[in-house]
Design a protein. Structure first.
Length: 473
């Protein structure tokens, strides 16, 4: 089914490691952030208050000929003109990093076929939502190239509906959450009081969200079921108070991404201009990542003002005001929201880690994951499998490491082949138990990235691996 993906044994380990490290960094190692696990299904009244029922939609267009469906803001069109201002043709293209270059090439080819000679003016592209009615019928469908085949854009609500209870009527209507944020806003007052938090403080949540995307694409980057890691960080409402907190969260988010091994040369910041901000937002800064299919948003930090809490207070009739004991005043706090997509981080981690190397005429494929997120941390390799003493010692080491980390015990094939298998799945450490190990209780520790091998005492092995994976205490 398009837009839904399963994760296998290695994938689920990598995904879980990313979530665990985020939780440790953003919740457990901070005194100003606490956690929440809100329900996936929520009352329609919550999403009516937040504006999702009326406004959480994407513009959709259909191709009448091919029956394909597109998001209107992801289909771009342009009018090619000669330098004298003569109309040559119209072209359309799906959004990508190279769409301007590709569209110009297609437009020149089309103009040549129509007999309109250049030179031409540079092509300017706009998405379909910006097309005037008088030119709309001239824009070709990106699927067929035929003009007049695209329907006018119309809103398509992205929320999944479901029914709760034995009856399936209007009273049983509910929604699968399209984001984790609203659960945090609804629980904000009770968490603030029961956890005795003082502003500034944050509430963090990791969980599934669901959006009925018009055109899910680019593998797990844009899917219909995905996982989010979000924090709603509540701050004082003063006009410029948000700037400092926003800048701090942008910095902390970059540090986290770099810390789990994402390549800095593939990341950059993208600051939203005023015309691209939501009407209630004061600012939004995205970290974008250069994926194989183009540069796209990886995560974002938004200054949301007090819009969400204000809307829920208005709809519920319950005050969302915080009492500031120090200054003896009440106010609805403003919010900074760092928001991460787990699946996008997963994809960025794989892209950052993947490399191919030539070694003595052979190709070595490596996933160079940071040890903290590697699906398998250590591979234990007995040199031979028919020597009971070697097998017993290898099993002893494996059992001890397995209490703390996901490890692999591999006895199949030559030792070099086993190293290559470990490299391909991103295992940072291989431990070989051989005949000398029986005499002096040392093993060969082999490092994935440098392929360096060294003899090390078994009792020194455990703290060394712990330090590499978890850092200094």
């Amino acid at each position: 089914m398009p837009g839904f993906y399963d994760y296998g044994p290695l994938g689920v380990e990598l995904k879980q490691n990313i979530k665990n490290i985020w939780w440790k960094e953003m919740v457990q190692r901070r005194e100003d952030v606490v956690g929440l696990d809100a329900s996936i299904i929520a009352s329609p009244s919550i999403y009516e208050a937040s504006g999702h029922v009326s406004g959480f939609s994407d513009p959709m267009v259909d191709c009448k000929q091919s029956k394909m469906r597109f998001r209107a803001d992801q289909v771009f069109w342009g009018r090619l003109e000669t330098e004298e201002g003569e109309e040559a043709c119209y072209v359309s293209i799906l959004e990508s990093d190279t769409m301007l270059e590709d569209a110009m090439k297609a437009a020149k080819k089309k103009a040549k076929k129509l007999g309109v000679k250049g030179p031409y003016k540079p092509l300017e592209l706009c998405d379909l939502t910006q097309a005037a009615e008088e030119v709309y019928q001239k824009i070709p469908s990106p699927s067929t190239g035929e003009e007049g085949q695209l329907t006018l854009p119309r809103d398509f609500n992205l929320m999944f509906k479901t029914s709760v209870g034995a009856m399936s009527d209007a009273t049983s209507l509910a929604y699968l959450r399209p984001e984790t944020a609203q659960g945090i806003f609804c629980n904000y007052m009770s968490i603030q009081r029961t956890a005795r938090m003082k502003i500034p403080f944050g509430i963090a949540q990791i969980g599934k969200a669901f959006r009925n995307e018009i055109t899910p694409r680019n593998y797990i980057f844009r899917s219909r079921e995905f996982e989010q890691m979000e924090i709603e960080y509540f701050i004082p409402p003063e006009d410029d108070a948000w700037r400092k907190f926003h800048a701090t969260w942008v910095h902390d988010s970059w540090r986290f991404l770099r810390g789990i091994g994402l390549r800095e040369d593939l990341m950059s910041f993208q600051v939203h201009t005023k015309n691209k901000l939501a009407h209630y937002a004061k600012a939004c800064t995205d970290v974008v990542f250069k994926f194989p299919f183009g540069t796209q948003e990886l995560m974002g930090v938004a200054a949301r003002g007090c819009y969400d809490l204000g809307k829920h207070a208005e709809a519920s009739g319950k005050s969302q005001e915080y009492f500031d004991e120090e200054n003896k005043r009440k106010y609805i706090p403003h919010v900074i929201e760092p928001s991460y997509g787990v699946d996008r981080l997963f994809l960025a981690a794989v892209v950052s880690a993947y490399r191919e190397e030539q070694l003595e005429g052979e190709k070595r494929t490596v996933l160079g994951f940071h040890p903290s997120i590697a699906p398998v941390k250590v591979s234990i390799l007995p040199l031979v499998k028919n020597k009971p003493e070697i097998v017993a010692l290898a099993k002893e080491i494996f059992s001890k490491l397995q209490r703390r980390y996901n490890c692999e015990y591999d006895v199949s094939g030559a030792i070099g082949r086993r190293y290559r298998r470990a490299d391909e799945i991103g295992t940072p450490f291989c431990v070989t138990v051989d005949f000398d190990s029986l005499e002096d209780r040392t093993v060969t520790l082999r490092l994935r990235d440098s392929m360096k091998q060294e003899r090390i005492k078994i009792e020194d092995l455990y703290p060394l691996i712990a330090k590499e994976i978890e850092g200094e205490w």
